[in-house]
Structure formats: structure tokens, C-alpha cells
Design a protein around this ligand. Structure first.
Ligand code: HEC
Length: 173
């Protein structure tokens, strides 16, 4: 438990530190290129700005014409919770729960209905207003250092419906 706590604070510290370091390296790119998308940031030349933001954003945004028709049964929610607790989703040993257990580490914006502004998505991906499923993809690519979940997959469905429950709990706490 203590170890997990340390890991969590280290990870959060690293995440909060990352944009600053990147900003120093790619200061000409502007804030939209900083953050997790190091590769995107590195590619950005002096002219990057909003263009890179859009490019990064495209990686986590719903595909064109995507129908977010998620099925929320108690079985799906339970499977979503298992995913939330699973380190298998990441490449770095983290689970969503490593940061977000007991409703921790969500921004204050988590009380708002989706889509809304989340600083991480807006700063690192140039996405000013984000849906819940897209935000899951941001945390998959960023903190989890992994690939995005397949759009329309069972995993996407189950993790999203579990996160809808987290969202309700966060609003009502
Ligand atoms: C290393 C820690 C860490 C891990 C692991 C992590 N997140 Fe996050 N997540 C954050 C932080 C920090 C924020 C707040 C970003 C902000 O407010 O700018 C956040 C924000 C969010 C939000 C948006 C809350 C809002 O303000 O609307 C959602 C939803 C979310 N995470 C889901 C997930 C899911 C699902 C996973 C696993 C796939 C995950 N996170 C993994 C750190 C993490």
C-alpha cells in the first residue's frame, strides 16, 4: 500500500513535471505540443502551434461518424472495473486505479457533464472539450504509456460504462 502510494505520487509528479521539461525543450512549439506526445512534440518545428495540437488530438478523438452507443449492464460495469484495476492495459505497470482509486487524481472538471474541458487534454492534445471515452484514450496514451483502446470494442464499452459510474460517484461525493 505504501509502495503504491509512493508510485502514485511519483507518477503524478513526473506527469506534472513533463510538460514543463518539454516546454523548455520545445518552447517554440507552444503549449499544445507539450505533455505526453513527446514524439509529436519533437516533430514540431517552430511553426507548430495549433497544427500539432490538431495532429495529436486526432490520435485520441472519436473516429469520424463514431456512434458512442455503450451498453451499461451490471456485468459490463463489473468487467469495466476489472479493466480499471488491471495493469495489463499499460506498458509501465500502472493501472487506472494506481492513480484514480478512491476517486483520486481526477481534475475538478470531473464534476461537469461531458464533453468538457480537461486541462491535460487541452494542453497536450489541443482538444478544448473532450468526451469521456476520448479522455480514457488520453490516459491510455499518456499516463498508461499504451495504445488507445480499439473504438467500438468490448473493452472500450466496459471501461467507459464503469467510468460513467465513477463520474456519478465523483459528482455525488
Ligand atoms: C499516472 C496517473 C494516472 C493514470 C495511471 C491514469 N490517469 Fe486518468 N488522469 C490523471 C490525471 C492527473 C488527470 C487529471 C488531468 C487534468 O485535470 O488535467 C486524469 C484525468 C482523467 C479523467 C478526466 C477527469 C475529468 O476532469 O473529467 C478521466 C475520465 C480519467 N483520467 C480516466 C482514466 C482511466 C480510465 C485510466 C486508465 C485507462 C486513467 N485515467 C489512468 C492521472 C492518471
Amino acid at each position: 500500500m505504501k509502495f503504491e502510494k509512493t508510485l502514485q505520487s511519483l507518477a503524478i509528479a513526473a506527469m506534472l513535471g513533463a510538460p514543463m521539461i518539454l516546454n523548455a525543450e520545445h518552447h517554440k512549439c507552444g503549449p499544445k505540443c507539450s505533455g505526453y506526445e513527446q514524439k509529436c512534440g519533437a516533430k514540431c518545428g517552430a511553426k507548430c502551434g495549433a497544427k500539432c495540437g490538431a495532429k495529436c488530438g486526432a490520435k485520441i478523438k472519436r473516429p469520424h461518424g463514431y456512434k458512442a452507443a455503450y451498453v451499461s449492464s451490471s456485468d459490463n460495469i463489473q468487467k469495466g472495473e476489472e479493466l480499471f484495476n488491471s495493469t495489463a492495459l499499460s506498458t509501465n505497470g500502472m493501472a487506472c486505479a494506481s492513480c484514480h482509486s478512491e476517486l483520486k487524481a481526477y481534475g475538478a472538471s470531473f464534476t461537469d457533464d461531458f464533453p468538457h474541458k480537461v486541462n491535460m487534454a487541452s494542453n497536450s492534445y489541443g482538444v478544448p472539450s473532450i468526451y469521456l471515452d476520448e479522455m480514457i484514450q488520453v490516459c491510455m496514451r499518456g499516463p498508461m504509456e499504451s495504445k488507445i483502446l480499439k473504438w467500438g470494442s468490448g473493452e472500450m464499452n466496459n471501461l467507459t460504462v464503469f467510468m460513467q459510474e465513477e463520474h456519478k460517484r465523483f459528482k455525488n461525493q
